[in-house]
Design a protein around this ligand. Structure first.
Ligand code: GLY
Ligand code: MN
Ligand code: MN
Length: 422
């Protein structure tokens, strides 16, 4: 932050779901990262002005009636005793206490646009200081977004974070296993979704890190299919993109399973193409590599595979140049992963794609998607979607695949589905 600075970081509230019921609370990722405080309506103020308190929390106060209805609140007492704040106040005091905490700091870090009352108060305080400048006070000369710093911090995971992400990967493994072994023609997608959610919670996770996708047959070509309401069909594939959220951290795993337990025919061939591309991409993850380079390599493998499959015709170079492959592979190969499933942190280093460095966590998730109504595709290949997605952390000389224990070799997947080895 630099010296003589104050940062205001605000937590999440609980949005209404319908009438007077609320969505389950989920803390703002930045706020969680800094404070570990898991209750709604809180604000943290950090100061490097040299004056105490350096760290102030504003939290919902303890309130017997509210606690009877909605449960424990750490309150002002808990904020200092259990969360390490130097000082704490009720959240209703934030606007009143802000002038004192901002003091004459020359730099303020605050994310505009999240809470109108705080934004407006900040403007009032600065304007008031400007009007009183003849008395020797001055408004801050810089207003910066704390996310610039925070998101760089969040991009590189420390060991404690990686331990959570490894445990999350193991829970996702168990959820995929329980789901794979119950798979059969006639089962509904939502039955598999329920099993995923059951294991996530049974193992202490918050639930799915994002809406679980269970997409049988042609639905797998719909990238964000979440209705999960159709029966599985013998001879088709089912794409399952599901991972747990554990202690705030997401895992993000896709496997594509044969509904009847056997990879066969064109579906097996498309699967092999995606797996070859995914393995090549994983081998390319190391310090100094870039996401666009890994994506290009993945595209090259996919295009060569698509030519062999007869999905496209022509020269690989030209199909790549003209981006013709986007008809069947329309998303990126990787994204950052962490507290958010599409995690924060810049993808660029100035004008250039940034180099991967140890501690960064990313997904590797190529796929091929042929829509059922795609009249350019050979009929036999229509209505098929395959994606294979792992989560990896960049290490000193390569990467550690956090989700490697979830099988993806066809023979291993088939064995898993026969219930051989969890
Ligand atoms: N599950 C979302 C994604 O793979 O990016
Ligand atoms: Mn995914
Ligand atoms: Mn992903």
């Amino acid at each position: 932050m630099g010296s003589d600075s104050v940062a205001i970081v605000q937590g999440a509230n609980t949005p209404t779901r319908s009438n007077d019921t609320e969505y389950p609370f989920r803390q703002n990722s930045d706020f969680w990262y800094l404070t570990g405080f898991e209750h709604p309506g809180a604000t943290a103020v950090f100061r490097t002005t040299g004056e105490a308190p350096a760290y102030t929390l504003f939290v919902q106060p303890r309130d017997k009636a509210a606690q009877t209805w909605t449960g424990y609140r750490p309150g002002v007492e808990g904020a200092t005793a259990d969360y390490g704040a130097d000082a704490a106040h009720g959240c209703e005091e934030l606007l009143e206490k802000l002038p004192e905490l901002l003091g004459g700091a020359s730099r303020i870090y605050h994310s505009l646009g999240r809470r109108a009352d705080t934004d407006q108060r900040l403007c009032e305080i600065q304007e008031d200081l400007r009007l009183r400048s003849r008395q020797g006070v001055q408004p801050a000369s810089e207003l910066l977004d704390p996310r610039t710093i925070l998101h760089e911090m969040r991009l590189t995971k420390c060991n404690a974070e990686l331990d959570i992400m490894r445990r999350a990967a193991d829970i996702s493994r168990e959820a995929h296993f329980e789901t794979a072994r119950m798979m059969a023609p006639g089962r509904y997608e939502y039955e598999l979704e329920a099993t995923l959610g059951y294991v996530f919670r049974r193992r202490g996770g918050a639930g799915p890190a994002y809406g679980s996708i269970v997409a049988g047959g042609a639905s797998a070509a719909v990238l964000h299919y979440v209705s999960n309401d159709r029966p599985l069909v013998d001879g088709e594939l089912v794409l399952i993109d599901a991972g747990v959220e554990l202690e705030g951290y997401a895992s993000d795993v896709t496997r594509t399973y044969p509904v009847n337990g056997h990879f066969e025919g064109v579906r097996g061939a498309i699967y092999d193409t995606v797996l070859t591309a995914q393995r090549a991409a994983l081998l390319a993850v190391r310090p100094g590599a870039t996401l666009p380079a890994i994506h290009d390599l993945t595209v090259r493998h996919l295009v060569e595979g698509m030519l062999e499959l007869g999905l496209m015709q022509g020269e690989a170079d030209e199909l790549i140049e003209k981006e013709a492959y986007k008809r069947y592979y329309m998303h990126g190969t990787s994204h950052w992963l962490g507290l958010d499933v599409h995690d924060v942190g810049s993808y660029m280093d100035g004008e250039k794609p940034r180099d991967l460095a140890p501690g960064m966590v990313l997904t590797v998730e190529p796929g091929i998607y042929v829509r059922a109504d795609d009249e350019e595709a050979p009929e036999a290949l229509r209505g098929i979607g395959v994606r294979i997605e792992d989560d990896v952390v960049v290490t000193a000389d390569g990467c550690e695949n956090l989700t490697r224990a979830i099988p993806k070799d066809p023979a291993d997947v088939e064995a898993w589905m026969r219930d051989e080895g969890a």
